[in-house]
Design a binder for this molecule. Structure first.
Ligand SMILES: Nc1ncnc2c1ncn2[C@@H]1O[C@H](COP(=O)(O)OP(=O)(O)OP(=O)(O)O)[C@@H](O)[C@H]1O
Ligand SMILES: [Mg+2]
Length: 347
C-alpha cells in the first residue's frame, strides 16, 4: 500500500548538509498498522512527511495505493493537481492536533471538506458522521479549548478521515497524551483500521504503542531502517533490537560451560510446565535466567531465557524436545544475556 525505494532526503542549511533519510526501503501492506520507532533525530518525521510529499525527497520513490507520488511531484501543473488529489486521500494526524481554536469541532472537521468543494449540507452530514465514528457526536458545537487532549486528538482523527483516505499517517499522535488516553486513542485507530480497512503508518518513540496496535514495525537509526518485519517475526528473532525492546528478557548465565537459549511461547502454549517436563524427562538442571509475558498485538506472548548445562551439541535433544512442544527456541546470541540488561539498552 505504501512503498518507498531508496528514499533519500538531504537538508542543506547554511552550507551544512544533514542526511535525514539515507536510502529507506519501506513496505507497508494494505490494511496493516505499521509502526516506525527510533530515537530522536533518526528521521522518522522526515520519512512520514516524504510519504505524503509534504517534503520533497532528494531521491528515491514513494508509491501510495499504486500511485507514484514522486512522479506526480515533478513539474507540470496537471501533475500538481493530481498530487493534491492523491494527497487528499492520505489522512494525517499530528502530535499537537493542529485544530483551529476559532472554529467549533464540527467546523474543524468540515475544513478539508470545504477545500474538497463539498456543499454545506453534504459537509455537515459527513462531519457529523465522522464525529460519531470517533465517539464525539455530542461535542460537535464545542470549541477545541473545551476539550480534553484525547478528545482533541479524536477531532484530529475525524478531520484526517474527511477525504475517505485509504491511508492514515500519524506522527506521534499520542505523545502528548497520558497513558490511559493514549490507550483509548490507539484503540480507536485500531478500530478504524479494522472497520474501514484503513492502512495506518504511525511514528512513535514508545514501544508500548507498537505492542498495543502494530502488525508490523521498523526501527530507524541514522536515516535508515535497520530492522523491520511483522511483530510475530520480530518476536521470533530474539537477537534483534526490536525484539529485545518489545520483550526485555534479561538474565546472566551462572557461569561458563552452559548453553543459554531463548524460548518463545504463544497464548496456546505455556512455558512453565514444558520446562519442568524437560527437566524431568532428561534429568537436567534447567536454570531460568529471565522471563516475561506480554500482550503484543492482542496476543499473549512469553519469552524465557534458560540455561542448560553443557554445550549446545550436548543439548540438541532437549532443544528438539522443546521445539516439538511448539515452542520457538533460539540460542541466545553471544553476549545477549549481558546486552539485555537495562544498562546496555540505554546506551
Ligand atoms: N527542515 C529541516 N532542515 C534541516 N534539518 C532538518 C530539517 N528537518 C529535520 N532535519 C534534521 O533531519 C534529521 C531527522 O529529523 P526528524 O525530524 O526526521 O527526526 P525524528 O526521528 O522525527 O526525531 P524526533 O523523534 O525528535 O521527532 C535530524 O538530524 C534533524 O535535525
Ligand atoms: Mg519527529
Amino acid at each position: 500500500m505504501i512503498t518507498t525505494t531508496g528514499l533519500k532526503k538531504v537538508y542543506r542549511s547554511r552550507g551544512r548538509e544533514v542526511v535525514a533519510l539515507d536510502g529507506v526501503d519501506l513496505h507497508v501492506r494494505e490494511g496493516e498498522v505499521y509502526g516506525v520507532v527510533g530515537r530522536s533525530g533518526a528521521g522518522k518525521s522526515t520519512l512520514i512527511r516524504c510519504v505524503n510529499l509534504l517534503e520533497r525527497p532528494t531521491s528515491g520513490t514513494v508509491t501510495v495505493a499504486g500511485q507514484d507520488l514522486t512522479a506526480l511531484a515533478g513539474g507540470s501543473r496537471r501533475a500538481g493537481a493530481e498530487l493534491r488529489a492523491a494527497r487528499s486521500r492520505i489522512g494525517m494526524v499530528f502530535q499537537h492536533f493542529n485544530l483551529l481554536s476559532s472554529r467549533t469541532v464540527q467546523d474543524n472537521v468540515e475544513l478539508p471538506l470545504e477545500i474538497l468543494g463539498l456543499s454545506g449540507a453534504a459537509r455537515s452530514r459527513k462531519a457529523l458522521e465522522l464525529l460519531d465514528l470517533v465517539g464525539l457526536a455530542d461535542r460537535a458545537r464545542a470549541y477545541p479549548a473545551q476539550l480534553s487532549g484525547g478528545q482533541k486528538q479524536r477531532v484530529g482523527i475525524a478531520r484526517a478521515l474527511a477525504g475517505d483516505p485509504k491511508v492514515l499517517l500519524s506522527d506521534e499522535a499520542t505523545s502528548a497524551l497520558d497513558p490511559e488516553t493514549t490507550r483509548s486513542v490507539l484503540q480507536l485507530l485500531r478500530d478504524l483500521n479494522r472497520q474501514l480497512g484503513l492502512t495506518v503508518l504511525l511514528i512513535t518513540h514508545e514501544m508500548e504503542v507498537v505492542k498495543q496496535i502494530c502488525d508490523s514495525a521498523a526501527l530507524m537509526k541514522g536515516g535508515r531502517i535497520v530492522e523491520s518485519g511483522t511483530v510475530p517475526e520480530l518476536l521470533a528473532a530474539p537477537g534483534g533490537e526490536l525484539a529485545r525492546e518489545l520483550f526485555p528478557v534479561g538474565g546472566v548465565p551462572s557461569g561458563p560451560g552452559g548453553t543459554v537459549i531463548d524460548v518463545t511461547f504463544h497464548d496456546d502454549s505455556t512455558g512453565q510446565p514444558v520446562i519442568s517436563q524437560l527437566a524431568r524427562t532428561y534429568n537436567i538442571d534447567v536454570s531460568i535466567l529471565g522471563a516475561a509475558v506480554e500482550t503484543v498485538g492482542g496476543r499473549r506472548v512469553g519469552r524465557m531465557r534458560v540455561e542448560l548445562p553443557g554445550t549446545f551439541e550436548e543439548n540438541v535433544v532437549p532443544v528438539g524436545f522443546l521445539r516439538e512442544q511448539g515452542l520457538q527456541v533460539e540460542v541466545a546470541p553471544a553476549g545477549a544475556a549481558q546486552a539485555a540488561t537495562p544498562e546496555e539498552n540505554s546506551k
